[in-house]
Structures are given as C-alpha cells and as structure tokens.
Design a protein around this ligand. Structure first.
Ligand code: NAD
Length: 542
C-alpha cells in the first residue's frame, strides 16, 4: 500500500496542433500517413491475456476513401475467444484490483505521454486511414481527446478516492471505492479513436478488468491503442481486445454470472437491444450490472432573429459537415427565422460549394469518405427519399459515388414539414435539414423542436438577445445533455464540457468527468469505533 498521500500531476488539456502549411507536424504526419499506406499489409491479432491470438478467419481493413486498398487484416474470433477473454479478465482481476492506485495511475499517465509523444503520428495516421479523418479531425480525436481522457481520468480517480465521509467523536468513517465484482464489457463505436481507448481504460483505471470489443471498421486504429497500453506496462489480462461478431460476444457475456458492467457507445438501437438482453438474464448475475451507454443524436441549431447570420452559417458548415456528419453531436436539423434565411442560405450554400472532397492524405480536403458501404447505402437511401419527397428539396449536394471511396456530397435540405423524416431520424452522415419558421413563432418552434425527435444529445441556441437566450435555455432544458450558446453543437472537450445526453441518447453518465468513473466502482463504507461500548444500558434507562 502507498506510504504517502500522493498528488498526481494536475493535467491540462493537450494543446492541439494546427497542421497549418509550414508547420513541422504537418510534414511529419503526412509522411507517416504515406508510410503506413504503403507498408506491407499488417495482421492485427486479438489480445487475450498474454496471447496474441490469430485465426484462419481474416477480415480485410481498407481506408473508406480508397476501399480497394488493403491495409491488412484482423483476425475474427468465435465464442471460444469470448470465453477465453472472460477467463483472462477474471484471472487478472485480483492482482490488478489489489495493485496500489498510484501504479494504475502511472500506467495510464504513461499511456497518455506515449500518445502525446512517440505514438502521436502513428495513432493519428492510423485514424486517417481507418476512419478517413482529416489532419485536424484526427488530431482532436486520436491524439488530444484520448490524451485528455487518460490524464483527466487519473485526476478524477484521485478526486473520487479523496471524497470521504465525516466522522463523529470516537469514530473514523472511511469510504473504499472497490472495483466491480466480475468483469466489464466495453463496446466501442467506429467514429472516435478516443472513445475506443476510453471505454475500456476508464473502467480498468478504477481496478476492473475488461473485455473490449471495438467496431470492426475501426480495427486499424484500435490496434494502436492496444500497442500503447502494452508499452505503458498494462499487465496482461487487464484489457482483452476481441474481434468477434457483436451478437456472438453478447450471447456469451450477457449470460455470464460475473458480468458486472457494460460500457457502451454506439447507436440507440443496439444499446436498447443490449439492455433487453441484460434484463432477460438479470437473475444469472452476482450483482446488478452497471449499464452505461452513450448513443445517438438528432442534434439541433435553434436560431433567434437576433442572431448573426454569418455565425449561424459557419456553425452549420462546421457543425454538420466536419467528419462527414459522423459525430454523435453533429448538427443535423436547424430552425431558422424567415427574415434571416436568405443570408444564412447564401453563405451555407457557398461554403458547401467551396468544400473539397477526397482523401485525408490531401490536406486541402475538408470532406472525406463515410465509414463503410453499409453507412454509404443508408445515407444514400435517405438522400433518395428526400429527392422523391414533395415537402423537401435539396439546396446543395445530393450526389454520391462509391466507385473509389464512400463519398457522399455534403447535402443541405430545406423542408416545409417540421416533422419530415430527416428532422427526426439520425442519419449519421453529411446531411442537414432546415426548417424556416416565422420570426414571431420562436417559442412555438422550440416546443416543436423539443418534441420532434426521441434524442436529446446536443443542441445550440444562436441569439444576441439575452432574454431569448434565457428562454431557450429554459425551454430546451431536457432537449440536450450538452447545450451550446452561440456555438456549434460539436467539439466537447474533456474536463470542460462533460459529454452525454438523455432521452434516447443514453444514460448521460458524462464521459470526460468523474461521474462516469463512479459507475465503475462499488463503494464500501467502513466505520471504525475506537472505544467500543461494553455495557448495553443507555443513560436514559436511569
Ligand atoms: P453501432 O451501434 O452500429 O455499433 C457500436 C458497437 O456495437 C460496435 O462495436 C458494434 O460492433 C457493436 N454491436 C452492434 N451490434 C451488437 C450486438 N448485437 N451485440 C454486441 N455488440 C454489438 O454504432 P456505430 O455505427 O459504430 O457508431 C455510430 C453510433 O454511435 C451513432 O448512433 C452515434 O450517434 C453513436 N455515438 C454516440 C456517442 C455519444 O457519446 N453519445 C459517441 C459516438 C458515437
């Protein structure tokens, strides 16, 4: 046990490199991208205990913007690998849970420094190749957000451990933050390398051992995360990465008596399915599993007539289209007053026409490809639906082509129907739908907004009128877990805007805050009495 009450180094948010022309980091990352693009295909194993497991079932990995190029393969497993990963997690549990917290802290602080330094280009280039992120989008995700998660989580752990109850005379009360009994199952989405790293590591930091299943389309960058964890000294079995079909993994894990928690980020539909599975099996478990899920969104921009049109237009251009709208927080519906619409429309249409689309290896491209063919077909289906609709029109964009990569033009849709399909459903692509309202219908339009979609993840109000800002903040209080005033609804930063939404958007446990970490511990209260009574009679008995 520690022989000191240690203070961890207080973290700052990782500075973001700009990658502007002439900056050394630009040349360095582009060179790494080229090197990794051209290297011999790699073979990504599963990491189960001390084993690097390979199978005969190899699945190819390709850049979304260049899908005929094979970057390598990952090894697909079956239920025996899921069982092995659970066994490895359970075998590693006692030693890991008993390890003094400062050593757990050191491992993840070291991981943060590895990403910030020697692995920065590698994890960024891997994310450009795997998820088709531009230089800047990969920097804010794979480098900075992952580093921030790792460093701030250690800080939150110390805050949580320091949170101790009062003690009365003759008594010392203590709170022990035990890891959960059993193992945690982490399931991550394709769209953020940082989330993929955070879901298993946040639970592991608190003393849990983990079975982690990344998204198949993110395997190329997920593997770099495992390399970093291993180099940082994470013991075998603490995080076990498996590449197995989701339902196959779920079928084994959700029936296991030691299943102790689910750390999920992904779509609402999958999360609701998993919650039902857990509910069906509830009598099998040793404890009630912790269920944490951050899921989909239908994120809005609400505009008051006092707003500045150029600010609104820029928020739409960045908020809806960066990373092809594949952020859970991406703006996908906007409500704009009629008097302002001509000015906003002109700038947004001009912005979109000026976007260059292509490979992230060419840094002048603002738009790259969507993640895979399934996503491409789904988004293209929405665009076809809009083209056929009588109550909506495409103002700019609407084209798509998957011959070389999964490219979808950024698309701005205008609808006269505030309940139009694309005002309600998450598309998860570069499509925003706009509803223009009468200037004097600000309040009733917000009522409409509030009841239009099952989600409540992020949203913005744009206004220069403080009364209107206050009104929107109150009226939309349940419409978003992350609410922005005069800013786009994307780009949450760890320790600054703890992230998560309610309603259909998730359990709102706020990734990037200590609230999330409290889900991975089960507290034990300890009361110690110094002079213990030896006579049952109380004074009042006379
Ligand atoms: P997805 O739901 O398709 O997949 C997420 C993960 O679940 C993947 O690893 C997938 O393989 C796995 N999975 C799918 N079916 C499963 C099953 N039956 N059993 C076990 N695992 C299963 O999501 P995605 O396409 O990877 O990511 C996009 C979604 O994630 C969007 O809906 C987006 O809004 C959401 N998202 C939310 C947040 C947030 O913080 N709220 C952040 C990022 C992404």
């Amino acid at each position: 046990m520690p022989k000191g009450i240690y203070q961890i180094p207080y973290p700052d948010n990782e500075p973001i490199n700009s990658y502007a022309p002439g900056r050394p980091e630009r040349e360095s990352l582009l060179a790494k991208y080229e090197e990794m693009y051209n290297q011999d295909p790699i073979d990504v194993p599963m990491y189960i205990g001390s084993e690097l497991v390979r199978t005969d079932n190899k699945k190819p990995m390709s850049p979304p913007h260049d899908h005929k190029k094979i970057l390598g393969h990952f090894n697909y497993g079956d239920r025996t690998h899921v069982e092995a990963a659970i066994n490895a997690a359970l075998a590693a549990k006692k030693q890991w849970a008993d390890l003094a917290w400062e050593h757990r802290a050191s491992i993840f602080l070291k991981a943060a420094d590895l990403v910030a330094g020697p692995y920065r280009d590698k994890i960024n280039a891997a994310t450009m190749l795997a998820q088709s992120k531009t230089l800047f989008q990969t920097e804010i995700d794979a480098a900075c957000e992952l580093i921030d998660f790792l460093r701030f989580n250690v800080h939150y752990m110390q805050e949580i451990y320091s949170n101790q109850p009062d003690s009365s005379d003759g008594v010392w009360n203590r709170m022990e933050y035990r890891p959960l009994e059993g193992f945690v199952f982490a399931i991550s989405p394709f769209n953020f390398t940082a989330i993929a790293g955070n879901l298993p590591s946040s639970a592991a930091l608190m003393g849990n051992t983990v079975v982690w299943k990344p998204a198949e389309s993110q395997m190329y960058s997920a593997q770099v995360i495992m390399e970093v964890f291993r180099e940082s000294g994470l013991p075998d079995g603490v995080i076990n990465m498996i590449t197995v079909d989701g339902p196959v993994a779920g079928d084994v894990i959700f029936k296991h008596k030691d299943f102790a928690g689910l750390h999920f980020t992904g779509s609402t539909q999958v999360f609701q399915h998993l919650w039902k599975e857990i509910g069906t099996n509830i009598d099998r478990y040793r404890s009630y599993p912790r269920i944490v899920g951050e899921t989909g969104g239908k994120d809005f921009i609400m505009v008051h007539k006092s707003a500045v049109p150029a600010q609104v237009a820029t928020a739409i251009s960045r908020g809806a289209f960066e990373f092809q709208g594949q952020k859970c927080s991406a703006a996908s519906r906007a409500y704009i007053p009629k008097s302002m619409w001509p000015a906003v429309k002109e700038q947004v249409v001009n912005d979109v026409k000026s976007f260059k689309m292509g490979s992230p290896g060419d840094p002048s491209n603002f738009i790259t490809a969507v993640i895979d063919e399934r996503a491409f077909d789904k988004i293209a289906g929405y665009i076809d639906y809009i083209k056929d609709a009588s109550d909506a029109e495409i103002l700019v964009g609407g084209g798509y082509d998957k011959s070389k990569g999964y490219f979808i033009e950024p698309t701005v849709v205008l609808t006269t129907n505030p309940k139009f399909k694309t005002m309600e459903e998450e598309i998860f692509g570069p499509v925003i739908t706009i509803y223009v309202y009468e200037d004097e219908e600000f309040e009733s339009t917000m009522e409409l907004l509030n009841e239009t979609s099952p989600y409540a993840l992020t949203g913005s109000i744009f206004s220069q009128d403080r009364y209107a800002i206050e009104k929107a903040t109150k009226m939309l209080s349940d419409a978003a877990g992350n609410f922005y005033i005069n800013d786009k609804p994307t780009g949450a930063v760890v320790n600054q805007q703890p992230f998560g939404g309610a309603r259909g958007s998730g359990t709102n446990d706020k990734a990037g805050s200590q609230w999330n970490l409290t889900r991975w511990v089960s507290m034990r209260t300890i009361k110690e009495t110094f002079v213990t009574p030896t006579d049952y009679r109380y004074p009042f008995l006379g």
